[in-house]
Design a protein around this ligand. Structure first.
Ligand code: FAD
Length: 117
């Protein structure tokens, strides 16, 4: 059904946008609490994601590629990598992971770099 596919795609775009933006703003030097929070968030996200087929595939991907939480770069590159795995499965273009930092901004203050707006 075309209508449902359109809705599923819209949900996907919104979800990837939020996930990549969270990862792009994740601390460069996270504390162990921050690392646990990100890891828990990603695993819980994979359980509550409302497209069941998508959630099941994503849970398998997480087993193969566990979330990387050691730094902002590790986390955001991991996010790009798993999204590219989904892209490949759906026959979509592969995204250049060097563009992550520029592409995903939050319009908010960076706690570690107060000179940026
Ligand atoms: P999207 O893949 O939504 O990407 C949005 C934008 O993000 C792109 O236009 C591009 O600018 C950028 N982008 C693309 N690749 C990357 C990357 N690697 N890193 C950073 N940015 C990137 N749909 C299904 O039909 N079946 C599924 O099993 C399925 N599983 C999903 C699992 C998850 C966890 C999520 C969040 C979504 C899933 N989707 C699934 C939805 C699917 O991934 C797309 O979001 C949807 O098809 C819309 O695709 P799109 O071409 O608009 O671009």
């Amino acid at each position: 059904h075309l209508g449902n596919e359109t809705i599923k795609a819209e949900l996907g775009r919104a979800s990837w946008m939020l996930l990549h933006t969270i990862l792009a703003r994740y601390p460069e030097k996270p504390t162990s609490e921050e690392r646990e929070a990100l890891s828990a968030y990603i695993y819980l996200f994979s359980r509550v994601y409302p497209c069941g087929e998508c959630a099941a595939h994503f849970q398998k991907l997480l087993k193969q590629f566990p979330p990387q939480t050691s730094s902002r770069i590790a986390a955001s590159q991991w996010g790009c990598h798993v999204h590219n795995k989904v892209n490949a499965r759906l026959g979509k273009e592969i995204f250049d992971c060097n563009e992550i930092a520029e592409r995903y901004q939050c319009g908010c203050e960076d706690a570690e770099q107060s000179d940026k707006s």
